[in-house]
Design a binder for this molecule. Sequence first.
Ligand code: ACO
Length: 325
Amino acid sequence: MGIKITATGHYLPPQVVSNDDLAKFLDTSDEWIKKRTGISQRHISAGENTSDLAAKAAENILRKRGISGEEIDFIILATMTPDASSPSTACIVQEKIGATKAFCFDINAACSGFVFALSTACHFMRSGMYKKGLVLGAETMSKVINWEDRSTAVLFGDGAGGLLLEESDVDSFVAEDLHSDGSRFMALTADEKKVQNPFLSNEQNEDKQYLKMDGRGIFDFVIRSVPKTINQSIENGGLEKDDISWVVAHQANIRLLEAISKKVKIPLSKFATNIESTGNTSAASIPVLLSHMVDSKQIDIGSGEKLLFTGFGGGLTWGSIIITI
Ligand code: ACO
């Protein structure tokens, strides 16, 4: 049994925050942010939580496919900013979109979350047990950002995107290559919860709510590891680099995409990008970008082009998956 992508969709909260808006309360500038990251603006939630963004992206997907939530067999949602530890954000989305027959759960692999979720969904679908699965990436990064820390506050944005996988006689899944390295977990942390109960012998430190990132360390890790996973997934699929029509990479920094392109020897023109208008939306960045590409007719569903999705981020986690669209 095979899979195919039959619809994409996204939702970005309407409030747009420009670099100049940030420079009003942070010691930063439009020039610094654009030059170091390629970001001009980001969408920031005015109160909508991760499940609200994800449900709107899901409704966008269902509308484009012309089906109702009741036809969905499962929802897998990638996020590092869930509404709560329980229930899963996927279950809240289930309720919002009326996906009454679906089983639902979240995946947390930080900015690699969508690639890991897509891989999981592909393997569920290829078991032949399910007909339709929604794969979503959704984040409200704005709730874990320290808005007084210019080194991280300028990088992130909020949003949600996703795609619908359906069963198919012809299999669109080509190959994958996934990795984690927990020994470097301290490179990116957020919303750390300490044990708090009446039976503690020692006082625990306070929770660390805010995102902390070793930006330079992550930059070096990405340049070393991401070209390798791109090459490995191409090799696993028995393909040549020229067979890949588009690299749909996590949108963290335009300089990272340039460096990856150079190292992997795939022209930058094959790296899709929308970071300029969205910032880094973590697990949402790849599906939002894919949805932008489909909406703008940069790619057509059913065209037979090979897309290489590659994600990287906290954990550390990184990986690639190749799918024919
Ligand atoms: N505005 C102005 N100056 C700033 C800002 C800012 N917003 N932020 C930092 N600076 C200053 C620093 O204080 C430093 O000043 P100094 O030289 O006087 O000490 C200078 O700019 C250079 O700082 P660096 O941190 O060395 O800048 P760098 O060129 O490395 O860029 C950045 C920082 C953009 C964070 C880069 O390292 C990066 O993109 N890293 C990768 C991040 C990433 O990919 N994350 C993805 C994973 S996210 C996830 O998983 C959720």
